[in-house]
Design a protein around this ligand. Structure first.
Ligand code: GDD
Ligand code: MG
Length: 361
């Protein structure tokens, strides 16, 4: 079976003031009526590929968000009794490991499709085709990534150097570099030899656990013991606090992906399915403006919003009316306790404000 694994543990501070510690990005409806978590849960609806999709997606999130997460899954028509609750965040590698250990109870060969809960994919059919290709590679024992043609020298992404074609639509990964510095990222983009890592992965449960046993046995042991000491209540699996707190923190990318390409003797080949699916990780407000439906003047409004003589702007109002008169290229986000007015090309700097707010409090 194909087991969707939804990673829903991040906070997405670059969409402040809408995303907050109490209300992270994946739980918000930023585009369309569904939240990003719900869109992720629905992403495989209608999939008819070489494996049937499990009716019980695994969602891994912080225990603080258990009720809203369960409620959003139910409301989207994707209820699940596999919500794994982390007492603390330990980044994505332990989150995936908890899911892999859960799936392995039934079968080593269960294929995991790891999906970040806070991404947008516009072309669902093209995505299904990419997933179907990925299944072939994963069943053969590969660690599969999905690559996106890079648009800029983004330093927040992983870069995949594309190797030879292994089978139609599937390539070897000759190296994987997570979050390079700006100069290196620019070189990679200019070379045309690299793809962005989309952050989706596909791998058999047993293959992931074998890779982790090799690269970070301590993490594997901590996750095993966290599940052994887990408690079940309703649809939730509360992993053991003490064991999980002791787990080393690392991402899938650093803990395993970067190392795999350099360790052929392990026998787990990293591969990449290049895909063109309208992918975005909605990293900041300007990305949201790019994705949003806009009127003839390039404006996008959510909530009680009026535009007059305004162009290229995004307004998100949650509790009051917002009127824009004769302005250009602004992002305005209104919430009950904070209002942000920014030039669209400076919205990346929101993280500086969030950092300042944190250090002040
Ligand atoms: N359950 C759980 N627990 N989920 C987590 C945790 C955690 O501790 N930390 C992060 N996540 C979730 C986030 O909510 C997000 O959906 C996903 O895992 C990826 O984490 P990010 O923190 O957003 O990673 P990133 O954006 O820095 O980098 C990853 O994504 C890029 C593409 O957007 C990497 O895979 C990069 O290589 C990739 O290019
Ligand atoms: Mg991210």
């Amino acid at each position: 079976k194909l087991h969707p694994v939804i990673l829903s543990g991040g906070s997405g501070t670059r969409l402040w003031p809408l995303s907050r510690e109490q209300y992270p990005k994946q739980l918000l409806a930023l585009i369309g009526d569904e939240t990003m978590l719900q869109q992720t849960a629905l992403r495989l609806a209608g999939f008819s590929g070489r494996l049937p999709v499990s009716e019980q997606p695994l969602v891994v999130c912080n225990e603080e968000y258990r009720f809203i997460t369960a409620e959003q899954m139910r409301a989207a028509g994707c209820p699940t009794n596999h919500i794994l609750l982390e007492p603390v965040g330990r980044n994505t590698a332990p989150a995936l490991t908890l899911a892999a250990l859960t799936v392995r109870r039934d079968s080593d060969d269960g294929v995991l499709l790891v999906m970040p809960a806070d991404h947008v994919i516009r072309d669902r059919e093209a995505f299904h085709r990419a997933v179907d290709l990925g299944i072939e590679a994963a069943l053969a024992g590969a660690m599969v990534t999905f690559g996106i043609v890079p648009e800029r020298a983004e330093t927040g992404y992983g870069y995949i150097r594309v190797g030879d074609e292994a089978s139609p639509g599937i390539h070897a990964v000759s190296s994987f570099v997570e979050k390079p510095d700006a100069e290196t990222a620019a070189e990679y983009v200019a070379s045309g030899a690299y793809l962005w890592n989309s952050g989706l992965f596909m791998v058999k449960a047993g293959v992931w656990l074998k890779a982790l046993a090799h690269f970070n046995p301590e993490m594997l042991a901590a996750c095993e013991s966290a599940l052994e000491s887990a408690g079940r209540d309703a649809d939730f699996v509360r992993v053991g606090r003490e064991a999980f707190q002791a787990c080393p923190s690392d991402s899938i990318d650093y803990a395993v992906m970067e190392k795999l390409a350099a360790t052929p003797e392990l026998g787990i080949v990293p591969q990449v399915v290049p895909m063109s699916v309208g992918w975005s990780d909605v990293g900041a407000w300007d990305a949201l403006w790019t994705l949003a439906d806009k009127d003839d003047d390039g404006n996008s409004g959510r909530g009680d919003v009026m535009f007059e003589g305004t162009t290229g702007s995004l307004v998100h109002a949650t509790s009051r009316m917002v009127v824009c008169l004769g302005v250009e290229g602004l992002v305005i986000v209104e919430t009950p306790d904070a209002v942000m007015v920014a030039r669209k090309d400076q919205t990346q700097d929101v993280k500086k404000i969030v950092a300042r707010l944190k250090s002040d409090s």
